[in-house]
Design a protein around this ligand. Structure first.
Ligand code: A3D
Length: 320
């Protein structure tokens, strides 16, 4: 049986890391696409040359020709411009919307059966636009943000509690931005919810609030340190987890920017929600009940996403 084909649109920091991870995990053959001359070919060759020592057989191809992504099973999109210090994700909107148009058209023409995972920021608006430009079924297009935001929350919580990250599960809802909603009530250590751990004296409410704020600022913290770009190791790992769930029909329950069209009282919006990922793509959105405070935070986050979608419609009238 032929190996699955994974097309990575954008061969920058995240794209290169995705290619290396996909090869090491033997998820399939990889095509790295980028408009920057020589970069996709150079990275593909460099990664292929790690194959003998790493022990993988996956094929690597670098290209600037969309015809090479033909028949891809998965497309992961990082094409665009990342944040520079002082720049918000929203500042990227105008630049990256144009990129989504060319990428969406490329996927529509050459890989219309793919499961598409968008990482380009501002995430929720870009995945919405990418679905429109590609015209793929809504359940085959999603965005990676919640897996990363939850991973950051889990990491900070494991440091606070002195327990393995594997035993911390965490839940982050809403748009990927300053309004994201880390849900303490649904986040646990071995099944014990965070509010109970506060009562048990494992931490204080003040410390928990600080961890939640650090999670919200997680991307900016890394941008501030790197100065020349944004995070790429953990974002790539998070998207690979989603791609693997699709390729292996794992039915993983992962928070991601999915098309919501009735759950949470929303219509036709991409926003971070818990979803089941399997061979059908986004197979199910899990509609959880929120309490009053959580609902207020979620509503604020949804409003921010809607604002960005409206801005996309204003910039490109074909989206209206
Ligand atoms: P970077 O290393 O700059 O790579 C982006 C690549 O896209 C570059 O190699 C460009 O040449 C390429 N590119 C630009 N325009 C096009 C085009 N029209 N077609 C094909 N390729 C093109 O950035 P990065 O890999 O660090 O980040 C990529 C994106 O992910 C940015 O928008 C980041 O803001 C975003 N990001 C999102 C998260 C989330 O959690 C959602 C986290 C980190 C980064």
């Amino acid at each position: 049986m032929a190996r699955p084909k994974i097309a990575l649109i954008g061969a920058g920091q995240i794209g290169g890391t995705l290619a290396h991870l996909a090869a090491m995990k033997e998820l399939g053959d990889v095509v790295l696409f980028d408009i920057a001359e020589g970069i996709p070919e150079g990275k593909a060759l460099d990664i292929a040359e790690s194959g003998p020592a790493e022990g993988f057989d996956a094929k690597m191809k670098g290209t600037s020709d969309y015809a090479d992504i033909a028949g891809a099973d998965v497309c992961i999109v990082t094409a665009g411009v990342p944040r520079k210090p002082g720049m918000s994700r929203d500042d990227l909107l105008g630049i990256n919307l144009k990129v989504m148009k060319s990428v969406g058209e490329g996927i529509k023409a050459h890989a219309p059966n793919a499961f598409v995972i968008c990482i380009t920021n501002p995430l929720d608006a870009m995945v919405w636009a990418l679905q429109k430009f590609s015209d793929l079924p809504a359940e085959k297009v999603c965005g990676m943000a919640g897996v990363l935001d939850s991973a950051r929350f889990r990491h900070f919580l494991s440091l606070e509690f002195g327990v393995s990250m594997r035993d911390v599960s965490a839940f982050v809802l809403g748009g990927h931005g300053d309004t994201m909603v880390p849900l303490a009530r649904y986040s646990t250590v071995a099944g014990i919810p965070l509010p109970d751990l506060v009562k048990m004296g494992w931490t204080t409410q003040e410390k928990l609030d600080a961890i939640i704020q650090r999670t919200r600022d997680g991307g900016a913290e890394i941008v501030g340190l790197l100065k020349t770009g944004s995070a790429f190791y953990a974002p790539a790992t998070s998207a690979i987890e989603m791609a693997e769930a699709y390729l292996k029909d794992q039915k993983r329950v992962l928070p991601c920017a999915a098309h919501v069209d009735s759950a949470f009282g929303l219509k036709n919006l991409y926003v971070g929600v818990p979803a089941v990922i399997g061979a059908g793509g986004i197979e199910r959105v899990i509609d959880i009940k929120l309490n009053k405070d959580e609902q207020a935070m979620f509503d604020k986050s949804v409003d921010a996403v809607k604002g960005l979608v409206d801005a996309c419609k204003e910039i490109d009238s074909s989206l209206a």
